[in-house]
Design a protein around this ligand. Structure first.
Ligand code: NAG
Length: 220
């Protein structure tokens, strides 16, 4: 005759079996900036719905948007061409995407962060100073030349500056189909509506004249 194990042993055993479930029970990451609940909608998703399989063609899995040089005639002297899910729908839900970044001589990809992705990149042309700052406020940087790579851990503020004589070209890759980009200068000084001057004067310990001057650079 099989005797029942004591109740507390049974509880421990069940607890051990459920342990992996508890470890994996965090919320899934967002695939976009937000997904406000429409409590009455019949269906809503975090991401994008799928095209019916019968309508999928080979073209859905190829993209030539990164073959063209971007226009770097702007205040930063740079251009980002994104191959994310919005431009290349075949990437939907696959957790991957790329960017092409063109730099005029002296061009800057200004300090920014990607809320949903770690970034890696390889220099294709030219010479770039690549840097990021950790949450402990430590700055890591290096000058990279053709074929050299970098990594920026998810969410950290980073930049690339063209320190070569000629234009530069960089390809980057992300572990998100839509990494998102919070560009520090435009986030702080060109949001719509504007962040109140009182916040920025206090944050940067300067007067309204300085804040208004910076805001005016991005007002176009
Ligand atoms: C590049 O952008 C500038 C500024 O927007 C514009 O004046 C110029 O025509 C563009 N050049 C090309 C080749 O599209």
């Amino acid at each position: 005759m099989i005797s029942m194990p004591p109740f507390h042993l049974l509880c421990t055993l069940i607890g051990l079996l459920l342990l992996p479930l508890h470890i994996n029970s965090a919320d899934p990451d967002l695939l976009q900036d937000f997904c406000v609940a429409d409590l009455k909608a019949p269906l809503s998703v975090n991401g994008f719905p799928c095209k019916p399989e019968a309508k999928v063609t080979s073209d859905d899995f190829f993209f030539d948007g990164l073959s063209k040089e971007g226009n770097t005639t702007n205040i930063f002297g740079w251009s980002v061409t994104a191959a994310n899910v919005l431009a290349f729908p075949g990437l939907n839900s696959l957790g991957i995407s790329m960017n092409r970044v063109d730099f005029a001589p002296g061009g800057l990809n200004p300090p920014h962060s990607h809320p949903r992705a770690t970034e890696t990149g390889v220099v294709i042309e030219g010479k770039l100073l690549v840097g990021f700052v950790t949450t402990s406020n430590v700055f890591h940087s290096k000058v990279l030349t053709v074929g050299q790579m970098f990594v920026v851990p998810k969410g950290l503020v980073h930049f690339q500056l063209n320190v070569g004589e000629r234009k530069a070209l960089l390809f980057t890759a992300f572990n998100s189909h839509l990494p998102g980009s919070a560009v520090v200068p435009t986030t702080l000084f060109a949001s719509r509506p504007s962040i109140p001057d009182d916040v920025l004067t206090k944050a940067f310990q300067v007067g309204n004249d300085v804040i208004d001057n910076i805001k005016s650079k991005f007002s176009s």
